[in-house]
Design a protein around this ligand. Structure first.
Ligand code: NAD
Length: 476
């Protein structure tokens, strides 16, 4: 298999001038995958300069129909290369191959959606008091930076790149240091699909080494970031110096609320994957499970039973549902949480051990009777750990649900429509699913309340977020 291992600047592969490289390690086998060039601040400057040139010299003023055509072409080329993208993702972060294929296809779908969005970027006509003719215009910003995480490297890169391009911006994409391959593939495939040089550039490297240079570069007008709350806060501080626009998709500690009047058996069977999918490395993971006391014991038994049936292991096998953690470092971080939980007296209904000797594997853990003051209850673990707790009344349960600095997603299970709406409104989060766990729809806004973020990815809301809004008044 071929690996894209060089920086992608101005339509060409380039070696890093600093000579710095990152060695990627397959977290399933602990074997090296390949070495990738790491960008330095000098290359950030080169990329921003060529992006700005590409913007001024054509991309900004391209007729919308032509821009849409190129985005549709990108989607087609991504679909043609679905298997390659999926294998790169599997090797760099241990993503199960079936999931990796689905995510490659989701990326293509995102480009199709925003190709259609190009011609729906409407303004308004406004009947202003003094008469005349007043209207609004959505205009591109210029160079935007897209900083992506390692848990869903390819689809999240597409969530940011596609709407930014559709709105007429150029993009510098910075993938996480352990997951650059699919971002580099996106840059190269987009170029093959007809995207002009400089419109999308990809700079792998550690955030600490070149992130500041990118976020503070004077030509960058917006930073769209997905990652940890801690880094998001730093990006916002840096961006505030010259009032760059930011959108931040950050961490979560989402609730899964199960009432006794719901199809709770179905909830118990489906809920494990709402927290353990992607081996729990999911900002939407419903890791705090609130279950009405009358069904609690049977719910826990069914949840544990469904968890123990999950197929964990070699991500190259079609049947695998849970691969390894994305890195050995991430496994250590999760295991630290588990040590804390044991010390705090939590009961492990199942999991929390290493199922195989090689690779960054952790078996999914179900904790019962956990202290509400413990780290496992309060902090984002970003690993396969669920804590289940009983509740007696709706009002105090909602208070507990909202007693979190985060507010990204959540599920509510009930057959009572009034209760479903009441609870959905009361939970402080950007996304709620009723009687299911689907948080992400390409067509709908996705993002968080409170410390889960600012701004939205996906839907027409994200497309508008890559524009400046201008008001034009024409006198009579
Ligand atoms: P991270 O914050 O460590 O890294 C995210 C990206 O930021 C990487 O590309 C990293 O290299 C870069 N970065 C790091 N330091 C930087 C700096 N100083 N300047 C600029 N860029 C810098 O996060 P992660 O570990 O890759 O991802 C996990 C986190 O992402 C979790 O908290 C998870 O909840 C969150 N996440 C949120 C969403 C969402 O949509 N809300 C989706 C996926 C992941």
């Amino acid at each position: 298999m071929s690996y894209p291992t060089q920086l992608f600047i101005n339509g060409q592969r380039q070696s890093s001038k600093s000579g710095r490289k990152i060695t990627l390690l397959n977290p399933s086998t602990e074997q090296p995958v390949c070495e990738v060039d790491a960008a330095s601040p000098a290359e950030v400057d080169a990329a921003c300069t060529s992006a700005h040139k590409a913007w001024e010299n054509g991309w900004r003023d391209l007729p919308p129909g032509k821009r849409a055509e190129i985005l549709f072409n990108i989607a087609r080329v991504l679909r043609d290369n679905q298997q390659w993208i999926a294998k790169l993702e599997m090797e760099q972060i241990g993503k199960p191959i079936a999931d990796a294929r689905d995510e490659a296809s989701l990326g293509a779908r995102v480009f199709e959606y925003y190709a259609g969005g190009v011609s729906r970027l409407y303004g308004q006509t406004i009947p202003v008091a003094r008469g005349g003719f007043d209207f609004t215009l959505r205009q591109p910003m210029g160079v935007t930076a897209a900083i992506a995480p390692w848990n869903f490297p390819f689809p999240i890169a597409c969530w940011k790149v596609a709407p930014a391009l559709a709105a007429g911006n150029c993009v510098i994409l910075k993938p996480a240091s352990i997951s650059p391959l699919t971002a580099l593939a996106l840059g190269e495939l987009a170029s093959q699909a007809g995207l002009p040089p400089g419109v999308l550039q990809v700079l792998p490297g550690a955030g600490a080494a070149m992130g500041d240079a990118l976020v503070t570069h004077p030509l960058v007008r917006k930073v769209s970031f997905t990652g940890s709350t801690e880094v998001g806060r730093r990006i916002m501080e840096l961006a505030s110096r010259d009032l760059k626009r930011v959108s931040l998709e950050l961490g979560g500690k989402s609730p899964n609320i199960v009432f006794a009047d719901s199809d709770w058996r179905k909830a118990a069977e489906s809920s494990p994957m709402s927290v353990f999918a992607n081996t729990g490395q999911d900002c939407c993971a419903r890791s705090r499970v609130f279950v009405e006391r009358s069904i609690f014991d049977e719910f826990v038994a069914r949840f544990v039973d469904a968890t123990q049936k999950l197929v964990i292991g070699d991500p190259s096998k079609e049947e695998t549902q849970l691969g390894p953690m994305a890195s050995m470092a991430q496994r250590s971080s999760v295991e630290d949480f588990l040590v804390d939980a044991r010390k705090g007296g939590a009961r492990f209904a199942c999991g929390g051990d290493r199922p195989v000797a090689t690779g960054a594997f952790v078996s999914p853990a179900v904790l019962v009777g956990i202290e509400k003051s413990s780290r496992c209850w309060k902090e984002e673990i970003f690993g396969p750990v669920a804590a289940i707790t009983p509740f007696d009344d709706e009002a105090s349960m909602i208070k507990e649900v909202n007693d979190s600095p985060y507010g990204l997603s959540g599920s509510v299970w009930t057959h009572d429509i009034r209760k479903a709406l009441r609870v959905s409104r009361a939970v402080q989060s950007g996304v709620i699913s009723v009687n299911c766990h689907n948080s992400v729809h390409v067509e709908a806004p996705f993002g968080g309340f409170k410390m889960s973020g600012i701004g939205r990815d996906l839907g027409m809301t994200a497309l508008e977020g890559y524009t400046e809004l201008k008001n034009i008044y024409v006198a009579d």
